[in-house]
Write a protein of this length. Structure first.
Length: 193
């Protein structure tokens, strides 16, 4: 008796599976022929990370919060002779971003960087084409300076920092000597008492 029951169970489950297949045979297909057709994307799709460099305030919060370390950001102090630029958060722009690179091949699409951005210059946007055929296409540079201009600005900034450090070092012995003299004077007062 269990032999016939097993045969009945096997045949009935195969027929049930074939019924589901047969039912879908006459429904319209949902397959999209990709290059010729495209599915509309949801407005909040996390597909392409874009930085509007003119709005970036060089706070580095996106770089600090990113778990995958996909940002390369460099900046120089803004030239005071240039007209003042106000960022979207209402603060004046003090540092000019000369390099802002994103390596999307490492991106986890978590969105932490977008949430951390104070000026909202880093955003998710709808892609024109999401397909890339090499890793080089996933590396994005958002800079308004050419490589030669960027290198020149970074070199000037390095020279400015060295000059400021040398000025601090030159004034440091004078300040240290003043403390030593002050210290001796205090010792003399203590000795008199």
């Amino acid at each position: 008796m269990p032999y016939f029951k097993d045969i009945y169970t096997g045949v009935s489950t195969v027929l049930l599976g074939m019924w589901v297949t047969f039912k879908h045979l006459f429904e319209p297909t949902i397959t999209v022929q990709y290059p010729r057709e495209e599915l509309p994307m949801h407005p909040r799709t996390r597909a392409r990370l874009v930085n509007h460099i003119e709005e970036c305030g060089y706070c580095l919060s996106c770089q600090k919060v990113c778990p995958a370390h996909l940002f390369t950001i460099k900046g120089v102090r803004r030239d005071p002779s240039l007209p003042e630029v106000i960022l979207p958060d209402g603060k004046p722009k003090k540092i000019e971003v000369v390099q802002f690179d994103i390596d999307m091949s490492k991106c986890l699409y978590c969105g932490l960087c977008v949430e951390a951005c104070d000026t909202r210059s880093l955003r998710w946007e709808q892609p024109v084409e999401v397909v890339s055929h090499s890793r080089a296409e996933l590396f994005r540079e958002f800079a308004i300076y050419s490589k030669a201009e960027r290198d020149e600005l970074l070199q000037k900034e390095e020279e400015r920092k060295k000059a400021a450090a040398a000025a601090r070092a030159a004034s440091a012995p004078v300040a240290a000597g003043a403390k030593v003299r002050k210290g001796k004077g205090e010792e003399m007062k203590e000795g008199k008492e």
